[in-house]
Design a protein around this ligand. Structure first.
Ligand SMILES: [Fe+2]
Length: 602
């Protein structure tokens, strides 16, 4: 079987609902309710492993005790290896859940209909992939790419029987390890507490946060079932129910898989390119409940800034880690008066910048029960605000808020202090119809804006810098928090698929389209978030755009995934290397590149 046919993938529909579990097999046929997914695994079998992970209380220590030295590829579980027979209680709970899915749930909305959500290359891969050699089909991998590009994304361990939102899937990491011009691909679940409990149980146990509220009868039934599961000891929510499916971050010589509903999970890459989950990190007991999936590390000081948000005051809590990875004290922000959906933020050398937007957590739990839908909803009567706080503030007394009508951002790209010291520039994609974010992603259009905030006068000026629908944007990581010129952004078309990448030059005039380079992936080909890798990292003389733009791209016609390396300085974003991946990589969320010298610290 060659590497193309080994990743073949079919999604069709059948009339009979059913569920089969992912299984390790050379040829699998599974159903998502009425959606059928067929996938052939590569010839290499997943390695045997222990599948057990434990909670850890951070700082830097090497996870050697979790590593099997006889075989560096045997430290991570394969889902198929540990599945016990379902016990009586689990069978009973699963039957009740099936009754809710089949007889109580109202007809599925497209946003939570698995047949819709998991169509095309959004469908999960059916098992993990151990490190597997890749074929370079164009050009050559440059020496400065020695390291690993790792991308996170949702990949449900169990094919959903009921409502399922794109954000509800278990986190899976897809790592392409590059060394001396050769590459291997490895795909592993993040072994979260949720993953391990459900893997051991042999069935889904924890409720889906984004799709679990589905009208009065179904919400009440699921609530009761969840309570019974906890009382019966199936799981303990104090250990977190997070998915770690959103992003990765490297700071304090540790690599983390992140999801904002839980604590970070420390992970590492072995020398053979395999992915190991080390454990859930509470940073010596100092980090409570959750942390953003978009922390920001200052490239000069090595400090990392982060926050958490929640449904009860303080709705925002700001904090940082020093360069040694020690978490500093919380700064609760009570001046945020309603629970905004705070997914991302920005830093400058002096400030942290938050956006309070119209998308927020629904305060009245009875609305969730009676109206159904996600726990996150839109408040059209609220005026969006930008909040600026000194990044070393001990409390919120110096925080300033600026009303910015119509400014609803999910992601921030970068920010910096202007030379006068009295103003800040923020670059971010503004979502024009925020109400569609969760229910109708196909209608979402985001305009990247350059926003100038005068901290003295309170005047905020805004200029869109491109008319395209752009998000999942990055800058050269060495320029986080300081004036940057270039942005690499994904083109959403048709949403939520990504048809290409653009390079923007924000130094162009405020009323000009700032696009300076573009690459479309071609008919039927869709990519993911781009990431910038410097050709000569750490060289202060290097030009900001001297490097490569990398991403995964999937060809839906050929059923083949590739890793692309593009020349960031080229006007065409010329492809300098294309790697055929041994298996499909589903569309996902955020990733990063970790250079070889940093991988060796893990
Ligand atoms: Fe994000």
């Amino acid at each position: 079987m060659d590497s193309v046919s080994s990743s073949s993938f079919i999604s069709t529909f059948s009339p009979k609902p059913s569920l089969l579990r992912h299984r390790s097999s050379s040829h699998l046929l599974l159903r998502i309710n009425s959606a059928v997914i067929e996938e052939r695994s590569p010839a290499t079998n997943p390695s045997e492993n222990n599948g057990r992970r434990r909670q850890t209380t951070l700082p830097p220590r090497k996870p050697k005790k979790l590593h099997n030295h006889r075989n560096p590829h045997t430290a991570i579980s394969s889902p198929a290896k540990l599945r016990p027979e379902m016990n009586l209680a689990t069978a009973l709970f699963t039957t009740v859940e099936n009754v809710i899915n089949t007889f109580i749930d109202p007809p599925s909305r497209p946003s939570v209909d698995p047949k819709h959500v998991l169509s095309d290359n959004f469908a999960p891969v059916l098992d993990e992939l151990p490190p597997t050699d890749c074929e370079i089909i164009h050009g050559a991998l440059p020496p400065s790419l020695d390291g690993a590009y790792i991308r996170n994304g949702p990949n449900p361990q169990f094919l959903p029987r009921g409502p399922y939102h794109l954000f509800d899937g278990d986190g899976m990491l897809h790592a392409i390890r590059i060394r001396r011009g050769k590459a291997t691909l490895c795909s592993r679940y993040v072994k979260t507490y949720k993953y391990n409990v459900e893997n051991k149980t042999g069935a889904p146990v924890m409720p889906n946060v984004f799709s679990g509220f589905n009208g009065v009868p179904a919400s009440m039934a699921r609530g009761a079932l969840t309570a019974v599961r906890v009382l019966a000891g199936q799981y303990n929510p104090i250990n977190g129910i997070g998915l770690a499916n959103t992003s990765l971050a490297f700071f304090c010589n540790r690599l983390f898989a992140l999801g904002e509903s839980d604590l970070p999970y420390a992970v590492r890459l072995t020398s053979g390119g395999d992915i190991e989950t080390i454990g859930r990190c509470d940073f010596d007991g100092k980090l409570a409940m959750s942390m953003t999936a978009h922390p920001k590390t200052d490239p000069e000081t090595g400090e990392t800034f982060a926050f958490r948000y929640g449904p009860v005051p303080p709705f925002l809590t700001f904090f940082r880690f020093d360069s040694a990875g020690r978490k500093q004290r919380d700064v609760p922000v009570f001046s945020m008066t309603s629970p905004s959906f705070l997914h991302d933020f920005a830093i400058t050398k002096r400030h942290a910048i938050f956006a309070e937007i119209q998308l927020g957590m629904r305060m009245n739990p009875m609305d969730l029960v009676f109206e159904g839908g996600s726990p996150v909803g839109t408040d059209n009567g609220k005026t969006p605000r930008i909040g600026v706080i000194p990044r070393y503030a001990g409390d919120e007394s110096e925080m300033k808020w600026f009303e910015v009508p119509g400014f609803n951002i999910i992601h921030a790209i970068n920010a910096w202090d202007e030379d006068d010291g009295d103003s800040i520039v923020l670059i971010a994609p503004n979502i024009m119809s925020i109400e569609h974010t969760l229910e109708r992603m196909d209608l979402v259009h985001a305009l990247v804006e350059k926003v100038k905030i005068d901290l003295v006068t309170g005047i905020v000026t805004r200029h869109p810098i491109s008319a395209r629908n752009l998000d999942f944007a990055v800058v050269n990581p060495d320029f986080v928090g300081r004036r940057s010129r270039y942005i690499y952004a994904a083109i959403g078309d048709p949403m939520p698929k990504i048809s290409g990448v653009v390079k923007l030059d924000v130094s162009k005039g405020d009323r000009d389209d700032c696009t300076v380079a573009r690459r479309m992936y071609g008919t039927g080909c869709y990519g993911g978030e781009p990431f910038f890798v410097a050709r000569d990292p750490g060289n202060p003389e290097a030009e900001e755009d001297d490097g490569y733009v990398v991403t995964y791209v999937h060809d839906e016609v050929a059923g083949e995934s590739r890793f692309l390396v593009m020349d960031a300085k080229s006007p065409e974003l010329e492809i300098v290397a294309a790697v055929r991946l041994p298996r499909r990589v589903p569309y996902g969320f955020h990733g990063l590149f970790v250079k070889e010298s940093d991988l060796s610290k893990l």
